[in-house]
Design a binder for this molecule. Structure first.
Ligand SMILES: *Cc1c(COP(=O)(O)O)cnc(C)c1O
Length: 411
């Protein structure tokens, strides 16, 4: 059978992500990887979760081993509403404002399905979180990209673009503005309070929803907590996505959509078609964990660990790259990523060939563009390697940059 002729348009367009392809190399012995953006397994509360898992399977089996409602576990909803009030000061939430999803990734997929069409326009940041771009792309939507600056998206650019679309009579095609305001993946930057307010004001003027994706908000190592867009503007303007992946464990696959009941309801109907419900067992484990332990207390250890690793990486970058004019890096206040930009002329995708030889891995910036355009940036994740490997890895990276730079006549 010839597959091509049987594939849907979506099927035809699917291709393997660059990140997955590149990370295949990272398992070569002796390699150091700044590639994978996954939490350090040492931060998972495995003993606590194991104990709770045994308990809820034995004592609550009629719930945990059964089908669940599409909306998800009411016990988890109770805990989540409490947590959101405590950490973000978000009040007034009720059960119909929450839908539990299979990770935030499913939330992105479901919202794309209920909001986007082929002639839609969605605004994303540049560089963009790859998972969101892939989910949105399934609908054949058009993208507009807004550059990220050191204090979050370039809101002047956003305003200009929206004005242009409005004048061209196309503003009704704009379905949402997607943003990762805290410790952006991959860019590491955080949106300032002034920008949050400006963004809301602009979105309100043009009547456009904001999709706020906040997996890292609780992983702040320094600086002051900033109010979420949802807290500032409320459910009429903002849909908030949260997940346990970076603050508890990604293996449970629990994300949550927080928003206006009618939007959440639509997403719930889409989820019904996608997978009926998320695993009851995982949700109940998370609910009992939150009931029994103080998530914020428990997170302190992880935050301390990540901060140390981040400081080590920034120091290593300073030591190795200060002599390369035009090289710059974002020093993140939280999260898992450092965004590292080389001077013009460096193509981090092409340079990856040399990196492979020296067994040091990163994600080329090209992976975070909508149109696979060339990039002189790369994403460096400090969460997995131990500190001595971070130091060694940055040294290797310097060798890679020097070798590439000489070969290309850039230095
Ligand atoms: C990791 C991450 C997610 C979370 O994905 P899950 O499906 O919840 O594991 C969502 N958005 C961003 C920006 C991320 O970095």
């Amino acid at each position: 059978m010839e597959l091509e002729s049987k594939l849907s348009e979506v099927g035809m367009n699917l291709r393997s992500s660059l990140i997955r392809e590149l990370l295949k190399y990272a398992s070569v012995p002796g390699s150091i990887s700044f590639g994978g953006g996954v939490p350090d397994p040492n931060t998972f509360p495995r003993h606590e979760l194991a104990e709770i898992a045994k308990e809820v399977i034995e004592n609550e089996y009629a719930y945990t081993l059964q089908y669940n409602t599409t909306e998800g576990d009411d016990e988890l909803a109770k805990q989540m509403i409490k947590l959101l009030e405590r950490i973000y000061g978000i009040t007034g939430l009720d059960r119909p404002n929450l839908l539990f999803t299979t990770g935030s990734q499913q939330a992105l997929d479901l919202l794309a399905r209920v909001l986007l069409d082929r002639d839609s326009i969605c605004f994303v940041e540049f560089p963009v979180y790859l998972g969101a771009a892939s989910a949105f792309r399934m609908t054949f939507t058009k993208f507009e990209t807004v550059p990220l600056l050191d204090d979050g998206m370039d809101v002047d650019y956003l305003e200009k673009k929206l004005k242009e679309l409005d004048l061209a009579g196309k503003i009704r095609h704009v379905k949402f503005i997607y943003t990762v305001p805290n410790f952006h993946n991959p860019a590491g930057v955080t949106m300032s309070l002034e920008k949050r307010k400006r963004l809301i004001e602009i979105a309100e003027r043009y009547g456009i929803p904001i999709l706020e994706d906040d997996p890292y908000g609780l992983l702040r190592f320094e600086g002051e907590h900033l109010p979420s867009l949802y807290k500032l503007a409320g459910p009429d303007r903002v849909i908030l996505l949260n997940t346990f992946s970076k603050i508890l464990t990604p293996g449970l696959r629990i994300g949550v959509i927080i928003g206006r009941a009618d939007i959440v309801r639509k997403a719930t109907l889409a989820k019904q078609a996608a997978d009926l419900c998320s695993p009851s067992l995982n949700q109940r484990i998370a609910a009992r964990f939150l009931e029994r332990y103080d998530l914020l207390e428990y997170l302190k250890l992880g935050i301390e660990l990540y901060k140390k690793k981040k400081d080590t990486m920034i120091k290593a970058l300073e030591e190795n790259f200060s002599d390369i004019k035009g090289a710059k890096w974002v020093n993140p206040q939280g999260g898992l990523f450092v965004w590292f930009t080389l001077p013009e002329g460096y193509d981090t995708m092409e340079m990856f060939e040399i990196a492979k030889e020296k067994k040091i891995y990163y994600i080329p910036g090209e992976a975070f563009t909508i149109d696979d355009s060339k990039s002189s940036s790369m994403r460096l994740s400090f969460c997995l390697p131990p500190e001595e490997k971070i130091i060694e890895g940055v040294k290797r990276l310097k060798e890679v940059v020097v070798e590439y730079g000489k070969k290309k006549g850039l230095m």
